[in-house]
Design a protein around this ligand. Structure first.
Ligand SMILES: Cc1cc2nc3c(=O)[nH]c(=O)nc-3n(C[C@H](O)[C@H](O)[C@H](O)COP(=O)(O)OP(=O)(O)OC[C@H]3O[C@@H](n4cnc5c(N)ncnc54)[C@H](O)[C@@H]3O)c2cc1C
Length: 327
């Protein structure tokens, strides 16, 4: 049995879906004792959900500084202190933008091994698997020494209802307020829709989309599908889409149930960010495009015909069938 602290990211009092996946990852081993770690002001609002999704204990971390969101050093210091206070064997978070930064800081303070982008964790043996070399290989690593600091690939572990006691404890962490690093402003790059790292379905566009205006056809399809819109780096660099939408090695890592790549050639750097999607569909007008070697379903055609046709077909399929069975 191991005692695992799970770093819970919340937004507006709601636990992020990817954080529920991190709880499920910690709960894989039924014997594990799972501590949900979050900063004080979110604990009250989130405790019901955390109990429902497998937290044995909920730790509301408080620090002398009331609002520590601008101070990543202080957050990491408080989390590293929680390792000692609760005798944690590991801290598990999500390898998203916040997690990558915070987990690395915790590992540095605690002098602990850090593995990001984990796709599999075996707690009894300490063996983890992670994507390597832009997704070309998978590394299998054995961790020596504790605690382990692990970041899981977003959405790789589906959330699972597993009700637990979830007693709340308040932990007053005494960490010096560091002013070495202060976040003064956060500018939210937006796709105008759901975040790709959280989405179950993503429809992405590449260079071939041709303009920001043309992304409208992907957005229309996304709204029928309940999907987020993503983009390749070529589309982002050309100014067709915001960086928040970029999928790949230097963008976001995603693991949706369905990934539809439109006018994307399938470079290794793009593939690195989406290869763990459960089903990959490619729309491309070049039969030799590398993406056709990597997808589950390929549609050979012009995206400007295929995508609107898909939107119309999905719309028809969803329309209420009034009087259909009434003779
Ligand atoms: C260090 C590094 C990091 C990188 N990180 C990333 C990253 O994070 N994400 C990323 O995506 N890339 C990344 N890249 C860039 C990557 O190498 C590719 O250049 C990029 O992914 C290509 O984008 P694309 O597929 O949209 O464009 P292209 O490679 O130009 O492909 C366009 C595709 O559209 C097809 N097409 C053209 N017209 C149509 C049409 N009308 N209908 C249907 N299909 C059509 C073409 O056949 C072609 O296959 C990185 C590169 C480097 C060196």
């Amino acid at each position: 049995m191991a005692r695992i602290g799970v770093l819970i990211e919340a937004r507006g009092g709601e636990v992020k879906k990817t954080a529920l996946g991190a709880l499920a990852a910690a709960r894989q081993d039924r014997e594990n004792e799972v501590y949900a770690l979050l900063f004080g002001d979110h604990a009250e609002a989130c405790k019901g959900v955390l109990r429902q999704y497998g937290a044995d204990r909920i730790v509301a971390i408080r620090t002398p500084e009331a609002d520590i969101s601008p101070f990543p050093d202080v957050q990491a210091g408080a989390l590293a202190a929680a390792i000692d206070r609760f005798q944690l064997d590991a801290i598990l978070g999500v390898s998203g933008q916040t997690g990558r930064d915070l987990l690395a800081r915790i590992a540095s303070i605690a002098g602990a091994p850090l593995v990001l982008d984990c796709m599999d964790i075996d707690f009894p043996s300490g063996i983890v698997k992670k994507s390597h070399f832009s997704g070309k290989t998978t590394a299998t690593l054995r961790l020596n020494g504790r605690p382990w600091i692990l970041g899981i690939r977003p959405n790789i572990f589906p959330e699972r209802i597993d009700p637990r006691q979830g007693d709340t404890v308040v932990y007053e962490a005494t960490v010096p307020t560091s002013k070495r690093l202060v976040i003064r402003e956060v500018k939210q790059g937006s796709s105008g829709g759901p975040d790709v790292s959280e989405a179950e379905i993503i429809i992405s566009g590449g260079r071939a989309v041709g303009s920001a205006e043309n992304f409208r056809i992907l957005k229309e399809c996304a709204s029928v599908l309940g999907a987020a819109v993503g983009a390749s780096r070529a589309a982002v660099d050309a100014g067709f889409a915001s960086h928040a939408m970029q999928v790949g090695q230097t963008g976001k890592t995603v693991s949706p149930r369905l990934y539809i790549a439109c006018g994307i050639s399938g470079s290794v750097q793009h593939f690195a960010g989406m290869k763990t999607a459960k089903v990959i569909v490619a729309v491309n007008n070049d039969p030799d495009a590398p993406i056709f070697q990597k997808c589950d379903y390929g549609l050979l055609g012009d995206l400007f015909e295929v995508v609107p046709a898909l939107t119309r077909a999905l719309g028809r399929a969803q329309a209420p069938r009034i009087g259909h069975n009434e003779g």
